[in-house]
Design a binder for this molecule. Sequence first.
Ligand code: NI
Ligand code: MN
Length: 225
Amino acid sequence: MKIKFLGHSAFMIEGGGIRALIDPFISMNPGSGINVKELKGITHIFVTHGHDDHLGDTVNIAKSNNAKVICNYEIGQYLRGKGLLVHAMHIGGRTSFDFGKVKMTPALHGSGIFDRGSMIYGGNPCGFVIELEGRKVYHAGDTGLTMDMKLLEDEKIDVALLPIGGNFTMDIDDAVKAVDFIKPKMVIPMHYNTMPLIKADPEEFKEKVKNATVRILTVGESISI
Ligand code: NI
Ligand code: MN
């Protein structure tokens, strides 16, 4: 499986015959430097919640690639209304796709969709455990630290993608505790330094994590696991 960092909480994962995006906040992210039109052959888009910096370019990319969006039921209905192909799931549900299994995990956050000046109900925010080619990646979405993360230890996560920026999500110290709960082999920090409110030093996070490998990815950088 290949994991590529696209800035903020956006990733591309490839393997098992798919090329998927998670939380594609790209064109509105001044730090991404990636042209959405260059993202070709996208088969699936995972959306963790309805906030702008996660829903991001989902509608445009899904339309131009004929990609299927995997998200909660409420965001799914909103996106179906925009003509997108949707596979809706909900918290705690696991299902098998052609490419592997996906479990939708809880996140402690909000999920409203801000559209043309009003807030649309976006259901509960989530994370995903995605299995591709026998490897498991956990994208936490936006979340505070929760005891529920202890349950993820049994999933035997290969790579955990965890927010560290604070203010809206876990900060560095809480993310270190999350690593302790989840016990992934590797962790990649996300959701930091995109704006002043979520300023965090990923090197400090790396120093504080004692029981997993921390990989700090720059935008556009990828790893194979
Ligand atoms: Ni959010
Ligand atoms: Mn966010």
